[in-house]
Design a protein around this ligand. Structure first.
Ligand code: DC
Length: 227
C-alpha cells in the first residue's frame, strides 16, 4: 500500500528547487509548498506597512498577524491576507530585504516553521526552502539537497530576466547571489546546510527531468515501504 510522503528539498537560490518541486508535486499529485514565498510575503507586508525592516520586533509582530495560504491545484500561487501576491513577492526589493532582514528574525522563523509543519503534517507534500530537512521536517521520508555552481545559477537568473525583457548585468547578479548564499548559510537559526542522510544532487550539468527522475526513484522505494 502506498502512503503519502513528506519530500523535503533544500538548496541555495537558483539551484532549480522550484521547478523540481513543482514537477514532483504534479506527477505525484502532492501539494507543493514554496517556503521562500512565505518569507517573501511577510517581507512584502512589512514593506507595505512602511516599517523599519531593521527593527526585528516590529517585523516579528507582522509575521504573527499575517495569514498565508496556498491553493491546491495552483502550484506557485500564494495568498497573503486573502490577496494573490505571487507576482508582487518576486520584486527585486523584496529579494534584497528578505534575506538581509526578515528571514534572520527568530520570531518570524518560529511562526513560519509552525505553519509549514501544520501544512505538511499529513504528508503528500513537496516542501522546498533552506531549513526543511534540518528544522521543519528532519524526519521527512525523502530529503534532498539540490545544489548547482554559483556561475551557473547566476547565468540561469540572467537568462530568466533577459527572457522577460528585464536587463541586469551578469556581474551584478553573481555578486547578489554570493551575498544571499553567504546570508543563507550563516544565519543563526535555519541556516542552509546539507544533512548526512540527504540525497545530494547537483543540477549544474543536469536537466530538471534528470533531477526529478533521481528523486522519483527514491520516492517509489519509500512509498512501498510500510509507514
Ligand atoms: O527561495 P527564495 O529565494 O524565494 O527564498 C527567499 C529568501 O527566504 C532566501 O533568501 C532565504 C529565505 N528562506 C529561508 O530563510 N528559509 C526558507 N525555508 C526559505 C527561504
Amino acid at each position: 500500500m502506498k502512503h503519502p510522503l513528506i519530500i523535503a528539498i533544500d538548496g541555495p537560490a537558483g539551484a532549480g528547487k522550484s521547478s523540481v518541486a513543482k514537477s514532483l508535486a504534479c506527477q505525484l499529485n502532492y501539494l507543493y509548498i514554496d517556503t521562500g514565498a512565505m518569507y517573501r510575503a511577510v517581507t512584502l507586508k512589512a514593506m507595505r506597512a512602511g516599517i523599519d525592516l531593521s527593527d526585528g520586533r516590529v517585523v516579528e509582530d507582522i509575521a504573527r498577524q499575517v495569514s498565508l495560504g496556498f491553493a491546491t491545484g495552483q502550484a506557485g500561487v500564494i495568498y497573503m491576507d486573502g490577496e494573490d501576491v505571487s507576482a508582487a513577492i518576486r520584486a527585486p526589493e523584496v529579494s534584497r530585504n528578505v534575506s538581509a532582514y526578515v528571514a534572520s528574525y527568530p520570531g518570524v522563523r518560529q511562526k513560519l516553521v509552525e505553519l509549514q509543519q501544520a501544512m505538511g503534517a499529513s504528508g503528500g507534500v513537496v516542501m522546498e526552502g533552506r531549513d526543511i530537512t534540518t528544522v521543519v521536517f528532519p524526519q521527512a521520508e525523502v530529503k534532498v539537497f539540490l545544489d548547482a555552481g554559483q556561475e551557473e545559477r547566476a547565468r540561469r537568473r540572467f537568462e530568466e530576466l533577459s527572457s522577460q525583457g528585464r536587463e541586469q548585468s551578469y556581474n551584478e547578479l553573481l555578486a547578489d547571489l554570493k551575498r544571499r548564499d553567504q546570508e543563507d548559510r550563516n544565519r543563526p537559526g535555519g541556516a542552509l546546510q546539507c544533512v548526512p542522510d540527504a540525497l545530494v544532487l547537483d543540477s549544474t550539468s543536469k536537466s530538471i527531468e534528470q533531477v526529478v527522475a533521481a528523486i522519483l526513484h527514491v520516492v517509489h522505494e519509500k512509498e512501498n515501504q510500510p509507514a
